[in-house]
Design a protein around this ligand. Structure first.
Ligand SMILES: [Zn+2]
Ligand SMILES: [Zn+2]
Length: 165
């Protein structure tokens, strides 16, 4: 994501400006979720000049691709995350974001943090996904499992053995 020149805002405390962003952000990926690199993240950010720096509010949205944690099927869903962050001029140990040396504001780390935080740890294709059969690997949602009777052949043999007089 391109950095935004905010020198004009910093010169006039109390002033604000709204900017539109629409760019892909690389590397947005966890084990079961990702924002594909060719999918842009778009949104509107309001930049407000405050004493400490620039206060950013707004939201960004895009599309995430998931792999279901139970059945491993791929599916996608739109996301929309709120942003509310302060970019300080002089970063201290407690500040998450700072303006760059040329007094530019790079929204990418903030967008990256917010989107990754929004990624579900355990995405499910449907809340009641039945998952895969532990024995045959069939998708239980499709009724593909062929081992409906939970009888292990070894136990069946033992049962037969016990029935002998
Ligand atoms: Zn599933
Ligand atoms: Zn099965």
């Amino acid at each position: 994501m391109r950095a935004i020149d905010v020198r004009d805002l910093l010169e006039r405390p109390g002033s604000a400006r709204t900017v539109k962003v629409r760019e892909p952000v690389p590397g947005l990926q966890t084990e079961l979720a990702e924002v594909p690199v060719d999918t842009p993240i778009a949104g509107e950010l309001t930049l407000e000049s405050v004493i400490e720096g620039i206060y950013v509010t707004g939201s960004v949205s895009g599309r995430m691709v998931f792999r279901c944690a139970r059945c491993l099927k791929e599916f996608d869903r739109d996301f929309d995350v709120e942003l509310r962050e302060l970019f300080v001029r002089e970063p201290g140990p407690d500040d998450d974001y700072a303006l760059g040396p040329e007094l530019e504001l790079d929204p990418e780390p903030m967008v990256r943090d917010a989107v990754v935080l929004d990624m579900p740890f355990s995405p499910l294709c449907t809340p009641d996904c039945l998952g895969l059969c532990e024995r045959c690997g069939g998708d239980r949602n499709l009724g593909e499992c062929s081992c409906a009777e939970p009888v292990d052949p070894r136990w069946a043999a033992l049962e037969g053995f016990r029935e002998e007089p």
